[in-house]
Write a protein that binds this ligand. Structure first.
Ligand SMILES: NC(=O)c1ccc[n+]([C@@H]2O[C@H](COP(=O)([O-])OP(=O)(O)OC[C@H]3O[C@@H](n4cnc5c(N)ncnc54)[C@H](OP(=O)(O)O)[C@@H]3O)[C@@H](O)[C@H]2O)c1
Length: 327
C-alpha cells in the first residue's frame, strides 16, 4: 500500500489507517489481534486509538498485540476527551502516562488532543503541555481532533510565533454523507499542509451496505449492538441518504467494486486527505477496505459521483460560492 507523508510531519503513513474504537467492547482480544495483523499484512502501518476507547481496553489490546512489531507501526492515540475531564494540563499529562503504559511503549508517534470544544482550558496552557511532552521524548508529533478551523489556526499560529512545533494533522468526521468540513477546514488544511484524517468514512457501516432501507439494524451490526451507534445510524439513515447509497452502490457495482471501496477511494481523492481511518470489527473488513487504495478514480468517475451527490449546487458555501453563481 502507498505511504504518504502525515501532514507537516516527517512520518510516512499508509493511506488507510486502522480505527480501533470498537476494540475492548465489540471486538475482543483474539479478534483485535487478528484485525491488527490482517491490517499489517495488507500494508497498513497506521493505527489510531484513544485513551477513552473501550475505557482503556482498546489501548491495552493494541499494546499486547503489537509488542513484537512496535517499530513497524505508526501509533496514534488521543487524550483530553470531555467525558474523561477534557484537555486540562493535569488531565493531558496523566492520560499520556496511562496511554504509554497501556500501549507498552516509550513513545507515541502522533498524540492528538481529542476535543477542545466546550471546555475552558486556555489554548496556551494546552500547547505548553504538548511542548513538554515532546521535549521529554514521549511524543514525536501532535495532531488535533474535532477542532474548529479557527482553533486549529490559532493553535498553529501560537506555535509558529513561539518556535514550537505545530499540530501536523487533524481528525474530522468526513464521508460521502457528511461534508461540512469542505467549507472551511479543508481549504485551511490545503493552504497550510496540515494533514486531514477523516473518521467515520463509512458512516458507521451505512456506506458499506451494512444496513437496508426500512429494515431495523441486524443484531450483528454495531447499530444493533451499541446504543450510541444506533443513535448515529438513525441520524444518517434518511431517505435522501438511502437514495444516494442506492445510486452509489450501482455505480460501484458496475465497476466490480463495493460501496465501501468507493467511499474510501473517493475520500482519498479529496484535497488535504492523507490517510482515512476505517473501523473494522472483522479481519475481512480490513482486507476489503485496503483495496480502495488501488482504485485511482478518473476525472470522469469523479464527475459522475459529483453529479450523483448534486455537488454543483449543494456543497460550495459562501464565500467560495457567491450568490450570482447559484443556478
Ligand atoms: N477523533 C474522533 O473523535 C473520532 C470519532 C470517531 C471515530 N474515530 C476513529 O475513526 C475510526 C473509524 O470510525 P468508525 O469505525 O466509527 O466508523 P466507520 O469506519 O465509518 O465504520 C466502521 C464499520 O463499518 C463496517 N465495515 C467496515 N468495513 C466493512 C466492509 N468491508 N464490509 C462491510 N462492513 C464494513 C463495520 O460495521 P459492523 O461492525 O457493524 O460490521 C465497521 O464496524 C474509529 O475506529 C476511530 O479510530 C475518531
Amino acid at each position: 500500500m502507498e505511504l504518504t507523508q502525515l501532514g507537516t510531519s516527517d512520518l510516512k503513513v499508509s493511506r488507510i489507517a486502522l480505527g480501533t474504537d470498537q476494540f475492548g467492547t465489540r471486538v475482543d482480544r483474539a479478534a483485535a489481534k487478528k484485525i491488527i495483523f490482517s491490517a499489517l499484512d495488507a500494508g497498513i502501518n497506521f493505527i489510531d486509538t484513544a485513551h477513552i476507547y473501550g475505557d482503556g481496553r482498546s489501548e491495552e489490546l493494541i499494546g499486547d498485540a503489537i509488542a513484537s512489531v512496535r517499530d513497524k507501526v505508526i501509533l496514534a492515540t488521543k487524550g483530553g476527551h470531555p467525558h474523561t475531564g477534557g484537555p486540562s494540563p493535569k488531565n493531558l499529562r496523566l492520560e499520556l502516562e496511562t496511554s504509554l503504559q497501556r500501549l507498552k511503549t516509550d513513545h507515541i508517534d502522533l498524540y492528538q488532543v481529542h476535543f477542545i470544544i466546550g471546555q475552558y482550558t486556555p489554548l496556551e496552557d494546552i500547547l505548553e503541555v504538548l511542548r513538554d511532552m515532546q521535549t521529554s521524548g514521549k511524543v514525536c508529533c501532535f495532531g488535533a481532533s474535532n477542532f474548529y478551523t479557527w482553533q486549529l489556526y490559532r493553535a498553529n499560529d501560537l506555535c509558529a510565533r513561539s518556535g514550537q512545533a505545530g499540530l501536523v494533522s487533524i481528525q474530522s468526521h468526513y464521508s460521502l454523507l457528511e461534508r461540512d468540513i469542505e467549507a472551511e477546514l479543508i481549504p485551511y488544511c490545503e493552504h497550510t499542509g496540515v494533514g486531514l484524517l477523516p473518521f467515520y468514512p463509512l458512516a458507521g457501516g451505512l456506506l458499506a451496505n451494512r444496513y437496508r432501507r426500512g429494515i431495523e439494524p441486524g443484531s450483528d451490526t454495531r447499530a444493533g449492538q451499541l446504543d450510541w451507534a444506533d443513535r448515529f445510524f438513525r441520524y444518517y439513515a434518511t431517505e435522501r441518504n438511502f437514495d444516494l447509497i442506492d445510486l452509489l452502490s450501482a455505480f460501484a457495482q458496475k465497476r466490480g467494486r463495493s460501496l465501501a471501496e468507493l467511499s474510501l477511494a473517493w475520500l482519498l481523492t479529496r484535497p488535504a486527505v492523507c490517510s482515512v481511518i476505517v473501523g473494522a470489527s472483522k479481519p475481512e473488513h480490513v482486507l476489503v477496505d485496503s483495496r480502495a487504495c488501488d482504485w485511482n478514480m478518473s476525472n470522469e468517475e469523479l464527475a459522475e459521483i459529483g453529479s450523483i451527490l448534486g455537488d454543483k449546487n449543494r456543497y460550495l458555501r459562501y464565500p467560495r460560492r457567491l450568490w450570482w453563481e447559484v443556478r
